[in-house]
Design a protein around this ligand. Structure first.
Ligand code: ZN
Length: 175
């Protein structure tokens, strides 16, 4: 799959000049288009499917919106994962709590890639989950369990806000 370039608002289609912010995956690019965070400015056809190669943000990103800019990390804890995910289950979207009305909605932290598969306890591998979804998923990946993530986890030190939506800045590829 190709890498999608994300440009700040003001990308010039005719000259191809713009402020390149970062690159992202095709999957994430479709999410940004769906949420109206960005519009495609360059498309291609791959395996009979139209996919974006470049996006332009629908709002101009200013430095002031860059969350945690210059910070190496944001204090990591299971509680901080729940705060980041607004205490919503990543699988069913219901509100979770440490003191829920019913046990199914107890706030748990799910390892997307299970620890038994080598999954780490990190910002990008942990999400808020209700106890019911966490139990159903068990030691499986979301794909194995047939469960979709309603949002993608991000590292708050590598994220910025666009119109209330948080967009992850992918960690630069090694090498
Ligand atoms: Zn749930």
């Amino acid at each position: 799959m190709p890498v999608v370039k994300v440009y700040n608002l003001g990308y010039d289609v005719t000259t191809g000049i713009g402020e390149l912010l970062h690159t992202t995956t095709v999957r994430h690019a479709f999410g940004m288009i769906r949420r109206e965070v960005a519009n495609p400015v360059e498309l291609t056809i791959l395996e009979d499917r139209i996919i974006p190669l470049a996006l332009e943000l629908t709002r101009e990103l200013s430095g002031a919106w860059v969350e945690g800019a210059g910070q190496r990390s944001v204090g990591f804890s299971f509680r901080a994962v729940h705060e980041r995910d607004h205490w919503n289950c990543a699988y069913c979207g219901r509100s979770v709590s440490k003191t829920p009305a019913c046990e199914a909605l107890l706030a748990t932290v799910d390892h997307i890639v299970p620890r038994s598969h080598g999954g780490e306890s990190s910002w990008l591998n942990l999400v808020s989950s209700c106890k019911e979804c966490n139990n159903r998923k068990g030691a499986r990946t979301p794909m194995e369990a047939g469960m979709d993530l309603r949002f993608e986890p991000y590292d708050p030190a590598h994220a910025y806000r666009v119109g209330g939506q948080v967009e992850a800045l992918p960690v630069p590829a090694a090498g």
